[in-house]
Design a protein around this ligand. Sequence first.
Ligand code: CA
Length: 521
Amino acid sequence: MKTKITLLTALGTAAVLQPALSQKGQARPNIIYIMSDDHAYQAISAYGHQIGRMAPTPGIDRIAANGMRFNRCLVTNSISGPCRAVVLTGKYSHLNGFAKNEGQAPFDGSQQTFPKLLQEAGYSTAIIGKWHLGSDPTGFDHWEVLPGQGHYYNPDFINKNGRHTENGYVTELITDKSLKWISEVKSSGKPFMLMMHHKAPHREWQPGPRELTLYKNMKFPEPATLFDDYSGRGRAAHEQDMTISKTMRLEEDLKLYKDKGKMKTTGLNRMDAAQAEDWNKTYDPIIRAFYEAGLTGDELVRYKYQRYMQDYLACISAVDKSVGQLLDYLKANGLDKNTIVIYASDQGFYLGEHGWFDKRFMFEESYRTPLLIQWPGVVKGGSVNSDIVSNLDFAETILDMAGVKIPADMQGRSMVPVLMGKTPKDWRKEHYYHYYEYPAVHSVKRHYGISTERYKLMHFYYDIDEWELYDLKTDPMEMKNLYGDPAYAAIRGDLHERLEKLRVQFRDTDESLKSFLPAAK
Ligand code: CA
């Protein structure tokens, strides 16, 4: 704690007296926040999972080697736009006003966000890439974002001057634009903060020109729960619509186009002749072999899982190259020592666990996001942390890193002491979750809940009013709802009590819950 206070005092004083320099004569740190979309921690080699090891991410792993890897970074509402709004505001969805992707008013850009506060404190700020919040970005000196979900090939971008199309692959374009912006501001005398937001590896997982053939012959290990029948769990798991077997589409998702006219619906018709030629060279033989094989039943599910992994992981490889390129750029330009690099996804993702793809549920794979942070001279290289941290903490952490005062109404907590290896004794022991988007695509019922290190209590309210309780120690795959088990009565009571306290703490009352939601069908 003592070290923390010293550092923060130094940085805080610097913010007041000398906009660009701390007392020690060191410049205030630049901060680069890289966020990918739907990147599962299982698919990062630094996390040690089998999938990640087979499809390694050497670029992202450099951040782990230089800094800290977080094993339990939990999101407050596991879906794109809402996660982005939480990161910007440091507030839960019911307070920042952006709770769902669909049927949602645009993000209110007039509210307090951390980029605005950094801008006021003398930082150059930019966001490049996926935004997904409906309104124009605010708080950024420079912004260039994808409309909505954006496209992989020859995407449109929106900036202050309007909308235009660019030739290239989205991950590479976002990287080039990011490095260009850094090159323009690096000598300005002001520190900078860049949010570099990749579209990849979001559905429909379209690999880039450099990665088309990377994994096309690779066979990945199947998760133990690929053929989960959801026995032992409630209606929410039974009634979702996000399975590889039923929901995942052969043509649009797995590129097994019988009808190439359908490529239009996923933007693949945007490819130019050369891009299309490379694409067809890769996929035509795959398509032919698939339809000749005539797979059905479990064999078809197994095949779909492999196809999914091959494309998803190829998309990640481009993101990983982007990270490597950025780290190389920082080093080559003498920026590496004074630039903090954060890597996260907007949320986690299912790689076939429970037979699923997509996210939304409070089950571990989509509840957890990867998080890796390097901060030269402050964070010990190769360190690993398993405290419960959250995307709710990102705004406050970044403000603290910059020595900017944290507003009292933000709801997370600065992770700076955690990064220094000195987790405060009163650090959170439980985390509050709330997902709102239903009825909607993938049919995941609305739920809120609490997770501790070991237990998880979920309430699928409104639509079905069912409770579920999981013991992550005895059941890490979350296969058995223990809510009605008498052996867990005391634990259940304790979790209920703590959940109610969290709802009060975060001002998510019955009233806010009701006022926020449209009635179920
Ligand atoms: Ca996402």
